[in-house]
Design a protein around this ligand. Structure first.
Ligand SMILES: [Zn+2]
Length: 279
């Protein structure tokens, strides 16, 4: 049995967001109650009670009164990846700081603050039956299984990204060692379009991999030759954290993205409500 985990003390993150480029102070604080409680512009709600929207560039949370926080996936991945169950997240801007473009700086600072166990056992939610969302040749699925297994397949036309598959048994140490540092990425040819739509304004070669026609544009190249599929797993873990509880099962994604992750989360949601003690 695993006990619920929170932080020993609050952690403050300052920086600009990936897409809006606006400054934000994010405070991640210990919480006695259960779950991820988010606060923005005077509104407060548990993550699983928020309306969520996934599109090709990220995941947005919408509060009942209309407040929003976008691009939450790298922050939520750090929390879920480290098996942190109960925290309050308050934002004074529209998007958490992008930091390193992955989850490593979030996770590193959370670990420095210290993680403490509570008395209560964590309600780990087990996938009860195979649930599949398929859109053409893109797919996301949740299958019954032991532990928290994640498999991702990417298939990009650009040969620098290419076709890759990675399957991991996710634990805090696997998350830190293999996933947390993988950075967000985009194609150079999409950058102008993104910027014209007000996106990627906080993106730099320090926090995002930019893939050109024949080369990676970042001076240091990639951190791993399969950094792209590692980052997709990071995004998937962050999006699955929207369910608000630790998960047991095998989670599979093929050529997916935030939109399809979100559709799988919606398929899983009714089972989670039934399966959980509502506090
Ligand atoms: Zn991402």
């Amino acid at each position: 049995m695993r006990r619920r985990r929170t932080l020993a003390g609050p952690v403050v993150f300052d920086g600009v967001g990936l897409h809006r480029g606006e400054p934000c102070r994010l405070v991640v604080a210990p919480r006695e109650g259960q779950g991820y409680l988010l606060a923005r512009q005077g509104e407060e709600a548990l993550v699983e009670r928020l309306v969520t929207r996934g599109d090709e560039r990220g995941t947005t949370l919408i509060f009942p009164g209309g407040a929003r926080v976008q691009t939450v996936e790298h922050l939520l991945a750090a929390l879920r990846g480290l098996d942190i169950d109960d925290v309050r997240l308050s934002f004074d801007g529209p998007e958490p700081p992008v930091l390193d473009g992955g989850s490593a700086l979030f996770a590193g600072r959370l670990l420095e603050a210290g993680i403490v166990e509570k008395e209560e056992a964590a309600d780990v939610y087990s996938v009860p039956l195979p649930l599949v969302v398929q859109w053409g040749d893109r797919l996301a699925a949740a299958l019954p299984g032991r532990g928290f297994q994640v498999t991702y397949v990417i298939d990009y036309e650009n040969p620098l990204i290419g076709t890759r598959r990675l399957s991991l048994s996710m634990t805090p140490s696997t998350f830190m060692d293999r996933i947390a540092r993988a950075r967000t990425f985009c194609l150079e040819r999409d950058l102008e379009d993104l910027r014209s739509r007000g996106l990627a304004r906080g993106g730099t070669l320090e926090n995002a991999v930019v893939v050109g026609e024949g080369a990676i544009l970042n001076p240091g190249g990639l951190l791993y030759d399969d950094e792209f599929v590692r980052h997709k797993i990071l995004d998937f873990v962050g999006d699955l954290a929207l369910l608000g509880c630790p998960l047991e099962g095998h989670f599979l994604a093929i050529a997916a993205g935030h939109d399809l992750h979100q559709a799988l989360v919606e398929r899983l949601r009714p089972f989670i409500v039934q399966g959980r003690v509502d506090s």
